[in-house]
Design a protein around this ligand. Sequence first.
Ligand SMILES: [Zn+2]
Ligand SMILES: [Zn+2]
Length: 227
Amino acid sequence: MSGPKRICSGVYVVGGPKLSHSYDCCVYLVDAGGELVLVDAGAGLGVERIEENMRRLGFDAGPSTLIATHCHIDHVGGMAALKERHNCLVIAHLQDRAGIEGDDPGLTAAGMYGLEYTPVMVDTLLMGEEEVLRLGDMDFHFLHTPGHTPGSISVWIDCDDGRVLFGQDIHGPFSPRWGSDMDDWRRSMEKLLTLDADILCEGHFGIYRGGDVRSYIESYLKRYGKA
Ligand SMILES: [Zn+2]
Ligand SMILES: [Zn+2]
């Protein structure tokens, strides 16, 4: 296992296959002044290591807010335990609520991992195309980017080092079982390109910077056929 790392001003990676558990997506921490915001929480088996990684960076308090980018277990499986321990606020999109809250466990893809999903209740349901929430001393922009799942969201912030985009699973994969939609997905990718982000924090392949952000998104648009 390697250690947690600073990505840029106020943004850290604290979880992932090499940082917390092999099933975990990349888990990002934003230090937004008084608020510690986690973008996704891994599959559940790496929760203690995520907490330990936060402490190693000097954050003893635990997260105060959890952003669920979508309903797959490798992203939201750890949220129930974190919410119970730290009384976190959970933010997710309405269209992935049924998976996250356990009404339709098949949507979490838990079977693929041979895990049982522990549901978590969502406190703030996003419903619009784009919503801005002030967390701590930062504006978090929530973009509805359906495609991988109907309720997939991408999050962006402007920090001292530029625009940071959290685009978890923007590469797919796609399955009718989760309600993937390729037309929606292409439109979502075009939306992300217009952001001109300086840094992309991706869900399974890590960090992209500068021109690589655009190339990464465009390479997937090319692979799945530009509409
Ligand atoms: Zn996913
Ligand atoms: Zn994933």
